[in-house]
Design a protein around this ligand. Structure first.
Ligand SMILES: CC(C)(COP(=O)(O)OP(=O)(O)OC[C@H]1O[C@@H](n2cnc3c(N)ncnc32)[C@H](O)[C@@H]1OP(=O)(O)O)[C@@H](O)C(=O)NCCC(=O)NCCS
Length: 203
């Protein structure tokens, strides 16, 4: 068993090698935030790709109401018929130390803006890894938005000092698995019987 002295020595050693996780992630997080970028849809519309805001609750719920049961199952890995206020509020009020959430949202000219896509990462500072999840409404599929959201969330993780990003994807979700393959993720079919494949990318 390690003595308390050796544990203190270990913690001193760790702090000389690199800053404590909390400071490292906080420092990156305190950097000025980009307000995002405009992206063009095939039909000519422009959408904003930006970090989620606390006041995006209604736009998130609007977007959710246009998802099919299948899309929801692929994203959340279980059925969810509505996005209640409390959950929507929580999803919009991220913990900036631990979470990244990027959205594809209508521009200010749209009277009732809607969120059309979301990519998230939940950072575990003890392992320097982050779990991701992404969704793009079916109407916008095949226009490169899934790829773009993934690229942006990976870049945001990298900027925070995250070393690995991972996610669990249903084995029948060929589109997502193909996307992950092309982004360099490797598949780990470790969850026998769960119907999930874990994908991992060192970043
Ligand atoms: C998976 C998902 C995010 C992809 O979004 P998208 O906007 O269509 O993605 P892209 O347009 O960037 O295409 C991504 C890849 O899908 C593949 N793809 C595109 N159209 C396809 C099709 N009709 N059938 C199968 N694969 C297709 C392509 O290989 C493409 O890769 P490429 O960029 O190398 O060509 C989207 O379908 C979705 O939200 N699905 C439901 C939720 C989900 O599955 N989330 C993932 C769980 S973490």
């Amino acid at each position: 068993m390690k003595t308390s002295a050796s544990l203190v020595a270990m913690s001193n050693y760790r702090s000389r090698v690199r800053p404590p996780e909390r400071l490292r992630f906080r420092a990156a997080n305190d950097a000025p935030r980009s307000d995002g970028e405009w992206v063009k849809c095939r039909d000519g519309r422009s959408l904003r790709l930006r970090p989620i805001h606390p006041d995006d609750v209604v736009a998130l719920q609007r977007g959710f109401s246009h998802l099919s049961a299948e899309e929801i199952r692929m994203r959340f890995l279980h059925a969810l018929t509505e996005l209640p206020d409390a959950l929507a509020t929580r999803l919009c009020q991220i913990d900036p130390d631990r979470e990244i959430a990027l959205v594809l949202v209508d521009g200010p000219e749209v009277p009732e803006p809607e969120i059309h896509g979301v990519a998230r990462a939940y950072i575990d500072p003890t392992t320097d890894s982050a779990e991701f999840a992404v969704i793009v409404q079916k109407a916008l599929n095949g226009q490169g938005f899934g790829r773009l959201l993934m690229q942006r969330v990976i870049a945001a993780c990298r900027a925070r000092g995250v070393r690995e990003i991972w996610g669990d994807v249903l084995v029948e979700n060929g589109r997502m698995l193909t996307l992950c393959d092309s982004l360099g993720f490797r598949r780990e079919p470790v969850f026998h019987g769960t119907g999930l494949t874990r994908v991992r990318l060192a970043i």
